[in-house]
Ligand binder design. Structure first.
Ligand code: ZN
Length: 223
């Protein structure tokens, strides 16, 4: 099973991805994580990606696809995987199908009201050292301005600044309209209400996954 998880910036899909990965044992492949590592390590792809993100743009397809291709062909992804942040447009949808076609799939959207998204994004702070994400509304750090995980300095990422947020959401909505239609036509699209506590959203997602027999697959894997 290939699970494609999507949702606007601030929808909480990253957190949901972690929960799905932990319960159902699929590796979570997050383009955000892949990119942050590339940026931190200062690879050529990482440097290019950083320049684009600082302008409020989405990272270009060739960079993202290169990172994803590498990751989904790793041994632990053979049984299935969960994609977070990819595919982001129709070109990426097609290139994913070319990379790994024929695998049963499910495209789940975590849907959150735009007003709530803006509020959440403006409150987001990221650790400069380890990349952990906090939220002044939802997940406050124990000590103001410091990372709970490593003690690093928290800062507001350039793309979480108010002047860039509107643009990000517009780009997201425009691109996902086409992706959603594509997955609707394939009958693999499922919308999940992303409002309310993390546990409530995860319960909604779990219900869908259980219904799609991921649960049974997991039982078989244990034997
Ligand atoms: Zn940290």
């Amino acid at each position: 099973m290939r699970i494609i998880l999507f949702g606007a910036p601030g929808s909480g899909k990253g957190t949901q991805g972690d929960l799905i990965s932990r319960r159902y044992k699929y590796p979570k492949i997050s383009t955000g994580d892949l990119l942050r590592r590339a940026v931190r390590e200062g690879t050529d792809l990482g440097k290019k990606a950083e320049a684009q993100m600082n302008r409020g743009a989405l990272v270009s397809d060739d960079i993202v696809e290169g990172l994803v291709r590498e990751r989904i062909t790793a041994p632990d992804a053979r049984k299935g995987y969960l994609l977070d942040g990819f595919p982001r447009n129709l070109d990426q949808v097609r290139s994913l199908e070319a990379m790994d076609g024929g695998r049963p799939e499910l495209a789940i959207e975590v849907d959150v009201d735009r007003r709530v998204l803006i509020e959440r994004l403006q409150s987001r702070r990221t650790c400069r050292s380890c990349g952990a994400i906090f939220n002044l509304l939802l997940k406050r750090p124990g000590i103001e301005g410091r990372c709970d995980v490593c003690g690093g300095e928290l800062y507001q990422r350039a793309d979480d600044r108010p002047e860039v947020i509107g643009k990000r959401l517009e780009v997201y909505e425009e691109e996902t309209r086409k992706i959603k239609n594509h997955y609707r036509e394939k009958s693999v699209y499922r919308r999940v209400d992303g409002s309310g506590p993390v546990e409530a959203v995860f319960a909604r997602i779990s219900e869908i996954l259980e219904r799609e027999n991921v649960g049974r697959e997991r039982e078989q894997d244990r034997r």
